[in-house]
Design a protein around this ligand. Structure first.
Ligand code: ATP
Ligand code: MG
Length: 311
């Protein structure tokens, strides 16, 4: 078995956005200035919370570091996340603040008509300080951060990490550039091709291998560039590998990237090398795109093992 540099299995801490997602599916085309009949449902969301949910499905019991408001949404989402196996003792409940939320309106054909994201509270997560870390951060050997947090917070995380593994998710093309000042501090960068091109200021059509090389030149150690059903580029210490995703029959690609990160980190935290971790990530993604929503019930360690065996 090829292992990474960690001497033993380690705990994970996930830092970033926790939302309540409200998703509306219109029963007929949405018109302005009037109400449209349809179905509205609520579920936990936010990139960090979704990755933590997927990690919990993979028996990782991660600590989730974030904030919610002292309001009904905050109480609901905390309870829901805790029931999934996430340590929410590190989720701060802030008086007088709104819990983050995301509101999406979908047309009857499933296309997105409009969406609003309210994640102001994510900027209130306390900055970690080396030497006085909270127990959850102190005890975790791997920190996963995401770019819903601003550069200043990401810099504080990079400065406080010590010899822990710092992994980050670029989240979106617009937010990816928040990582520019800390690229040389990143142990693992999870990104997709468009986000990587935005981060680097490169043409979106440039080969992903070129993007991986440019990121290595800026100091990132391990880089995973996903590209939907197209090949993944995995770069470890400047050595690139092109890996074909596992075959899947997608039903809903929501959470594909979050699942890849969770599958990768669950294996990596057990000491497996990046390449094996990437296969675990690809299996987690394949399982997730064949179900509905992020962190589906069908995602488990045994489902990953089965998927990899039949590959
Ligand atoms: N249409 C698809 N068919 C098969 N596999 C897919 C498909 N879309 C995504 N995947 C799998 O999920 C992985 C991550 O997908 P993708 O590159 O779309 O992530 P992402 O853009 O970060 O997604 P997210 O919007 O969840 O953040 C891919 O490497 C692949 O294994
Ligand atoms: Mg993503």
């Amino acid at each position: 078995m090829v292992t990474n540099t960690m001497s033993q299995p380690t705990k994970l801490a996930v830092i970033g956005a926790i939302h309540v997602d409200r998703i509306a599916h219109a029963g007929r085309p949405i018109l302005p200035d009037t109400s449209t009949p349809g179905e509205i449902s609520g579920k936990p969301g936010g990139v960090a919370a979704n990755i933590a949910r997927a990690l919990a499905r993979l028996d990782c019991n991660p600590a989730l570091i974030g904030c919610v408001g002292n309001d009904p949404d905050g109480l609901w989402v905390r309870k829901h996340l805790s029931a999934t196996g996430i340590d929410v003792s590190t989720v701060k409940v802030l008086d007088g603040q709104r819990t983050g939320s995301y509101l999406a309106l979908h047309q009857p054909d499933g296309s997105l008509h409009a969406a609003i994201s309210d994640s102001e509270i994510t900027q209130l997560i306390p900055k970690p300080v080396a030497g006085s870390l909270t127990p959850a951060l102190e005890q975790a050997g791997i920190w996963l951060a995401e770019t819903n947090m601003e550069t200043e917070m990401l810099e504080a995380i990079a400065a406080a990490k010590g010899d822990r593994i710092l992994a980050v998710d670029t989240v979106s093309s617009a937010k990816a550039t928040r990582l520019l000042p800390i690229l040389d501090k990143l142990d693992i960068l999870f990104t997709n091709r468009l986000e990587a091109s935005s981060l680097l200021g490169m043409d979106a059509d440039a080969p992903a291998v070129d993007m991986a090389q440019a990121l290595t030149a800026k100091g990132c150690k391990t880089i995973a560039i996903t590209d939907g059903s197209r090949p993944l580029i995995l770069s470890v210490d400047g050595k690139e590998r092109v890996i074909t995703p596992l075959p899947a029959e997608p039903k809903d690609v929501t959470g594909a990237g979050d699942a890849f990160i969770a599958g990768f980190l669950s294996a990596y935290s057990q000491g497996l090398a990046a390449e094996q971790a990437a296969y675990s990530g690809l299996a987690a993604s394949a399982i997730t795109v064949e179900a509905t929503g992020a962190a589906p019930d069908s995602l488990s360690l045994s489902a990953i093992a089965q998927r990899l065996q039949s590959h």
